[in-house]
Ligand binder design. Structure first.
Ligand code: ATP
Length: 257
């Protein structure tokens, strides 16, 4: 596993084990995610990529069948520390899912949603943040004249960028993306990939993807998981061009589904 100094490390996962109804999905997995970089989680279906991503956002908290051991630290803080509210964790760690899920409200209100939850802001300030978030999600120029139209009037690719803007508006430190482009057409996919590359100047990104070319195009580091274990982790160039393990090579070259 590639390690980073504490000055560069954003997320540190240590000996994380997780089971559903006693059936292991993650096994003593340790991994560091560097700040302001894109880390891709790759691996065969069912290897635990989404389970790991959801653990970082504490999305298993309400699932009574889940048992979990180990530790996840965000900027050095245990994400299960009693003083850290789960709502605050989810503000700091945003998550975007495979299928775009804009709320049934206007484009503007989708982006302003998290801001309103945080309390009252002067309208001008809120407008500025909405514009900034839509700019950051590379959507502003496409929607600036229709901010009060329904979010559902947007195309699938635009809806996914709107969801990213909604997440960015509350200024997270980390953005978790679970196959964010797998439901999109090739042009929308390229836009999302370009956006991911551009966003790393603002925050830390973790991307789950089945698409090897996508992992190679957008990520700086790659973690290869298999059967709930971390098999290989390192700079994406090395993992793809010179993997240390035969298992990794087999997966990357399509010899292991
Ligand atoms: N809510 C759940 N309840 C029970 N088992 C689950 C649940 N979610 C996932 N699992 C199981 O945990 C294991 C890991 O699943 P997970 O969805 O994390 O894998 P994945 O690598 O993201 O797969 P895919 O690439 O197909 O999305 C699988 O065996 C899966 O069946």
């Amino acid at each position: 596993m590639t390690r980073f100094s504490s000055a560069k490390c954003c997320l540190e996962i240590s000996d994380l084990s997780l089971a559903y109804d006693g059936k292991p999905a993650l096994r003593k997995l340790s991994l560091q995610v560097p700040r302001h970089r894109v880390t891709a989680f790759i691996g065969p279906s069912g290897c635990g990529k989404s389970t790991l991503l959801r653990a970082i956002n504490r999305l298993h908290d309400l699932n009574e069948s889940v048992t979990q051991q180990g530790c996840i630290r965000l900027e050095g803080e245990d994400i299960h520390a009693p003083y850290l509210e789960v709502a605050e964790l989810r503000r700091r760690v945003g998550m975007v899912f495979q299928t775009p899920n804009p709320f049934p409200m206007s484009i503007y209100e989708n982006v302003a949603f998290g801001l309103r939850l945080q309390g009252r802001l002067p309208k001008r300030k809120r407008d500025d943040i909405v514009e900034w978030a839509l700019e950051s999600a590379a959507l502003w120029h496409e929607v600036k004249d229709r901010l009060h139209s329904s979010a559902w009037s947007l195309s699938g690719g635009q809806q996914q960028r709107l969801v990213i803007a909604r997440t960015l508006a509350v200024q997270p430190d980390v953005l978790l993306l679970d196959e964010p482009a797998s439901a999109l057409d090739p042009i929308s996919t390229l836009k999302i990939e370009e956006l991911i590359r551009n966003l790393k100047s603002q925050l830390t990104l973790v991307l789950v993807t089945h698409n090897m070319q996508q992992a190679a195009r957008v990520s700086d580091y790659t973690a290869f998981l298999q059967a709930g274990e971390l098999v290989e982790h390192g700079p994406t160039d090395s993992v793809f061009t010179n993997p240390r393990l035969q298992r990794t090579e087999n997966y990357i070259t399509g010899r292991l589904a």
